[in-house]
Design a binder for this molecule. Sequence first.
Ligand code: ZN
Length: 147
Amino acid sequence: MSPVYHTVYAGFFSAVYGSVTHSLWGSVLCFVSGILMDLDHLLDYILAKKRLTFSYKTLLSYFGSEKSGKIYIIFHSYEFIFLLWLFIAFYQLSVVWVGLAVGVTTHILLDKFHNPIRPFVYFLTYRMKNKFNKESIYPEDYFKRMT
Ligand SMILES: [Zn+2]
């Protein structure tokens, strides 16, 4: 999902969250985490290309056109999100933390239902099992669909 759509959805979810909880910082964290979660794509690009880019077109080309390479997307992991919710519940953390968790959870669910990927891609363990190889992680027709 593109950064523009993530920004729009993060704005919507943070507004709803803020109106329900009346927590300004919870709402802010919901918004920010709902967008910045995609920074892990930038980390993957830096690891692969040994350089930094802020060009969305360049990132899209790397993730949508180049068949070889690794895809770690470390923040896009159900396991970490589950641990975050567990951490919040166990320590009974404030609505600010819950705002963070709502932001990342809605982000990954939007990605899950919008991006043309295999069903288990957002499990870190699945990506590890497939050695983080793009070809093993993306569906057969992924690159055809992305062009
Ligand atoms: Zn994402």
